[in-house]
Design a protein around this ligand. Sequence first.
Ligand SMILES: Cc1cc2nc3c(=O)[nH]c(=O)nc-3n(C[C@H](O)[C@H](O)[C@H](O)COP(=O)(O)OP(=O)(O)OC[C@H]3O[C@@H](n4cnc5c(N)ncnc54)[C@H](O)[C@@H]3O)c2cc1C
Length: 337
Amino acid sequence: MEFMHLQPNISLKPFNTFGIDVPAEYFLELDNGNLLPEITALYQHKHILGGGSNILLTGPVKGLVIHNRLKGITKIKEDDTHVWLMVEAGELWHDLVLYAIDKGWGGIENLALIPGTAGAAPIQNIGAYGVEAREAIESVTYWHWDEKTTITYHNRECKFGYRDSIFKHGLKDKAFITSVLFKLTKQPKFNTSYGAIEQELEELGVTELSVKAIAHAVMNIRKSKLPDPAVIGNAGSFFKNPTITTIKFTELKLQFPTIPSYRVSDSLVKVPAGWLIEQCGWKGYRKNDTGVHEKQALVLVNYGSARGSEIWQLSDEIVLSVKERFGIELEREVQVW
Ligand SMILES: Cc1cc2nc3c(=O)[nH]c(=O)nc-3n(C[C@H](O)[C@H](O)[C@H](O)COP(=O)(O)OP(=O)(O)OC[C@H]3O[C@@H](n4cnc5c(N)ncnc54)[C@H](O)[C@@H]3O)c2cc1C
């Protein structure tokens, strides 16, 4: 079989939201999942690219970069209260959200406007405004490169956690997610617990809650807060919010009385990484074309021609300074190639 869209030596600049200019040895637009067995046999080094909104490219990419273009949303089941949608992995996440809110189906409206593909959503269990994708994911189907077969994992088996799943651990570099089964509700329970949503709904004059109204509010907030990758290269939050023990937090609070926190359990709290980075003086920092966004310290940016290695270097310096000041080790959320 011949791969119609296989190209050698292609710049990945248009395919990653950081806008890093490195070449892929080979590049393939994949719109047919039936080709996966053949790709498995032909290529040793394979890298899967969705929307490129959660990767940092630190150098030329050896082997085959597969741009996921598997498309389709199919309603496979429905009852009085729920609907099940089989979504091919190359569908854009936000298109899925728009599709769901158009029908009035709830569950993912708080995740409006997150860039990238539906197939990447389970990988880091995308989350925003009090909701995580795992709450709506029934199962994930993937092609296993080593086992050479298609496998479906139920929600439990995906081992979802905060920006985490088995696809970042045991199945890292072993799975090509081909589709995701979502279970959405016809009787949405609205989550407006994030203060900003309620305020935005009020400003929009919304008197009756709906999935559409919430998605609208979330989109407005996101547009006002986050830099648009089309204007300035970035991959959203570069670091995860660290989780620390309440004992450690109590010690820090004595030294830094304004330190914010969110309760995770009786013994754990989460601290906003953006606050820690800002306290270390990084907000608005710029060196050549690499920097820390002026409004949101959690977002590292490429002002034009930054190299991935420069952004990596900056992230290393940030990790070190936060560790020195607060004794907290930041973990990167972005996947590094
Ligand atoms: C402006 C901005 C805002 C953001 N806001 C949020 C947010 O609010 N919440 C949040 O959780 N994230 C956020 N992100 C991060 C990002 O949008 C998500 O992580 C998204 O799910 C990445 O999807 P993608 O298709 O772009 O993945 P890519 O960046 O293309 O890939 C990410 C990783 O997943 C792997 N991968 C991709 N597709 C597959 C597949 N089908 N099978 C196996 N592996 C695959 C890739 O190899 C890579 O290692 C934001 C990013 C940006 C730029």
